[in-house]
Design a protein around this ligand. Sequence first.
Ligand code: GLA
Length: 728
Amino acid sequence: MILVDQEQRIFTLQTSNTTYQMKADTFNVLLHAYYGPRVEADMTYLIRRADRSHTPNPDEAGTNRSYSLDTMPQEYSTCGVGDYRIPSIEMEQADGSHAMDLRYTGYEVRKGKYTLEGLPTFFGQEAETLVISLEDPASHVAVELYYGVFEEEDLITRAAKIVNRSGEPVKLLKAVSACLDFPYAAPMDWITFNGRHMMERCPSRAALNPGVQSVASTRGLSSHQNNPSVVICRPDAAEDHGLCYGAVLLYSGNFEIAAERAQVEDCRLVLGIHPHHFCWNLAPGESFQTPEAAFVCSPNGFGQMSCQFHRAIRKHLLRDPYENRRRPVLVNNWEATMWDFNADKLVEIAEAAAPLGVEMLVMDDGWFGDRDDDYRALGDWTVDQRKLPGGLEALVPRIQALGMKFGIWIEPEMINEDSDLYRQHPDWALAIPGRAMTRGRSQLVLDFSRRDVRDYIYNTLKAVISSADIAYIKWDANRTLATVWSAQLPASRQGELYHRYVLGVYEMLDWFRRDFPEILIEGCCGGGGRFDAGMLYYTPQIWLSDNTDAVDRLRIQYGSSFFYPVCTMGAHVSAVPNGGTRRTTPLETRGVVAMSGTFGYEMDLSETTAEEQEIMRRQTAFFKEHYDLIQRGDYYRLTDPFADGPFTAWEQVSQDRREVLASVVTGTTRANPAFQMLYLRGLDPDLRYRDQEGNVYTGAALMAGGYPLSLDLFLGDYQSRQIYLKAE
Ligand code: GLA
């Protein structure tokens, strides 16, 4: 609900459990008053003032030295006019100055959720929109602040639009999506999600100390190294208690999330496009739209915050038809064959997979041009007739005859120098004339800011995809951007290229959705290098990581689950010893872990034993039977796999709380193991739950006393168990 007190100029955003409030003051400065647990009150008493000295005062304040932009909580912080904390916006005005003041000029409330042209957003008719208009009185450059309110999910979205009404050209050097001030001195932690290829989104928690701390990507992609998501919380906050705020940026390119603990211990958080090599030219009348940021505040710890994000993403970010439709259990040939396959080999894998309950074969990298390794052929999107005689027209019916669907891997944004496309169009790759080239996986990046490049790539891919009945696309991107320069942009516009690249990727993804609405697209970026809320708008699932080791995956899935729901996490069972870690884990355990994702296999199923096949048959049957609970249940992290305890556990609870699936994976074994209890969460205390062995416990008992884990689970390394409980 959006409440506007027109007289006091107080704007209140109410969700089921939270309240967000701001006020336009007498000088028309838009001040942030409150964001936290729901209250029905005027919270503007929290906007306090004091003369802190060495904090300048705006002209209107006259001799009142306690009024300073530098110490008061701002909704969208300005630049060069006296607030020295992190600016939300920075411009080069027509006169060369960098000053940007912002004053309130009006507001508008709209039914339904705003959309942003060319950019991903949460959507929903049941949501409401507030637009607040601000303007720089000197230059007349305006900023429109967008707020989306999703009551049930406690989700508040934000974005900003910068409109050049100055009558002269200006340059935008920075414009964040959202700024959130915490105007008090409470100690705060922040949790960021960091890592590297094969070890993405590991949570890292630290106190917000004086000065600026940030996580960012300047790689052109949201990156393996830092995820565009962050939690800010009280030091006592944990899974089931304490005040916390989750924030995500719906953006897949360069980003920066920065937090500043300022002089009087207040905190500021900003999220937006990274200012590195960003310079957007705004001619008179033109505007720039920032990506969207989204927040959930939870008064009750990280568990509730995650549940609300999961619900919001499932319901308001994943688009038709895949927000609710069952996704197929798949087998992908990558780890089985890499580039060394042909049609018969794929059919052999599919023949082994079909009786196990696998529903789709995905043909990975290696089907096009002369792609026998990763040194050649990216850009040449024609079927390799040596490997696939007769093309997809011949192959796909053979897979379908087994009762399976067919999916295909593509990497549209990339090009190898050893390709026909590069030989014809060397200027289509990002490179700086006169400067040596930077390669990644021996490949270059296509200039996706160019319409002609996008059109060509799209049309060649469309021809392949239209040539057969394709149910799924895996969209990969296997390097980061460097030597960023476009042959089609003048020098003065090269600073627009990083963002134009992202817009180009989004646009082509939308072309696929428009022309092939039934195709499920899975995102991928060397595993999880572009696993962000922006991509999820286009690709409802994303390959979580190239690391398929079950034990490492526990950690990656744990970190990812703070924001992203199970149904978005691409996860497969692969062969052992694992290619990335050389670790051997039981097949049952690999299944339990992959099942808390989209689920599938990534191994040569034609080389498995009868005993293994029996286990897999049970796995796919169990997954399908409990699909709704696994994919749409409320998700609880029961232990922290980074803490190296005796086991890792998590849980899914159905919306009506009558069904529960708890998954447990143990670590390395020790003789004579202790009794371990599993403390369940989110149950109905009064219901009686029956497990697979027929034991019955009340919800209250399972939450307070715990579920007794059997001793044999702790004998042998990396054992696992799925405990399914149903209310009587
Ligand atoms: C990336 C992906 C893998 C696989 C290979 C193919 O690394 O993450 O899953 O598709 O590319 O080259």
